[in-house]
Write a new protein. Structure first.
Length: 386
């Protein structure tokens, strides 16, 4: 197990660029709230998430005071910012710009890993195993940007699948020895990204309410959106985040557990929050009118996906299934199917009420055993030193 350490300021700066990228993904989805638009937005989100997650792993293998890490992150954040600018038109006029800048970020990740290997902090054999899939995927991404319509989408989806498949299946055995995992840093980084996405939900609520009269229906919908956001925060951070980090710290196969639970399954959690943010923004915009099918699916389905993703996250690290969250996910899908005639404020209020009941049920199920907030990393270091 690697030495515990804090997130560095340059990593926090790197995260701020992804705040913008995530905002652009929500813009892309809001522009075309159809099944096809949802697929395109989720494809871009998967690419953005993978770039961020890849750098978490590479940074985790570097020394926190590494000049190489700082320089690489600073250059890469410029590229990912430009890629973010291109996201709303990534399937149109700016596809080549998006693909080229994104590929540059992914290749810089490989260079950072190669430097960690040279310093003896990562295993070159494992890196070389998935480097091939990264190069192939990025070549397909750039090549596909010059195609049009469905052909571009198919090639980009295949590129993302190949990139994801590298560490997931093709080099899984070698991945075990890629590096020691600094667990506190690793878990903290993913928690911070969840905070970024929850922040996007809060921004979406504020933007949706801007310019609208603050009547009772609008205030009720805003309150419901905030209650849901608080509930998502509570489910992740108050009930399981500290336990997840501890389970990873004690795991007999920490690299694969971290890859599955954080790099892969957190994508479902993040996607759920982002899709919900689009739904709640549209609900606040038209509080008194029934939501369109797409907007209703974004609000209810996004929240259901978040709960399902959290259930899978828990299952991977603890081996236990949280039936309450699965039941709540099913109830939200029923609300989507049956809520076509309800005004937007009522759909939001029912979703908020259901999530509140879930949080109360979890608290009452084990009174006195609620998880404490994550311990300070400084405290962890002091304990290790003693």
């Amino acid at each position: 197990m690697a030495e515990e350490r804090l997130t560095t300021p340059v990593e926090l700066l790197w995260d701020l660029v992804f705040v913008f990228a995530i905002t652009q993904v929500t813009t892309l989805l809001a522009l075309d709230l159809t099944w096809a638009g949802f697929g395109r937005a989720m494809l871009v989100l998967a690419l953005v998430w993978w770039a961020w997650s890849a750098f978490v792993w590479a940074a985790n293998a570097q020394s926190p005071d590494s000049a190489t890490l700082r320089a690489t992150l600073l250059v890469a954040l410029v590229l990912i910012f430009v890629a973010g600018l291109a996201i709303p038109h990534a399937f149109g006029s700016q596809s080549a710009l998006f693909a080229a800048t994104y590929a540059g970020v992914r290749l810089m990740h490989l260079a950072l890993y190669a430097d960690a290997s040279r310093r003896g902090q990562a295993n070159w054999s494992a890196i070389a195993g998935f480097a091939l899939t990264v190069v192939i995927g990025m070549a397909m991404l750039i090549g596909g940007s010059f195609l049009g319509g469905w052909q571009r989408i198919v090639v980009w989806a295949a590129a993302a699948a190949i990139d994801y498949a590298g560490p997931a299946w093709l080099t899984r055995e070698r991945l075990r020895g890629i590096q020691n995992v600094a667990v506190a840093h690793f878990a903290e980084r993913y928690g911070l990204f969840v905070i970024i996405c929850l922040g996007e939900s809060i921004v979406a609520i504020g933007v949706g309410a801007t310019g609208h009269p603050l009547d009772s229906a609008t205030i009720a919908t805003v309150a419901a959106g905030l209650v849901i956001t608080i509930g998502m925060w509570w489910i992740y951070f108050d009930r399981f985040a500290a336990t997840a980090a501890q389970r990873l710290r004690e795991h007999d196969d920490p690299v694969l557990a971290a890859a599955d639970a954080y790099s892969y399954l957190h994508l479902v959690i993040v996607a759920g929050i982002i899709v919900f943010a689009v739904g709640v923004r549209l609900a606040i915009r038209d509080v008194a009118e029934p939501l369109s099918e797409g907007a209703r699916l974004a609000l209810c389905g996004g929240l259901a996906a978040y709960l399902a993703g959290h259930t899978a996250f828990r299952l991977r690290l603890t081996g236990s299934i949280d039936g309450r969250k699965l039941l709540a996910s099913a109830a939200l899908l029923v609300l989507f199917a049956a809520g076509g005639g309800l005004p937007a404020w009522a759909v939001a209020a029912l979703a908020a009420g259901g999530l509140t009941l879930l949080c109360v049920a979890e608290a009452l199920a084990a009174p006195g055993t609620a998880l404490a907030p994550p311990r300070s990393l400084v405290a962890i270091r002091r304990r290790s030193a003693s």
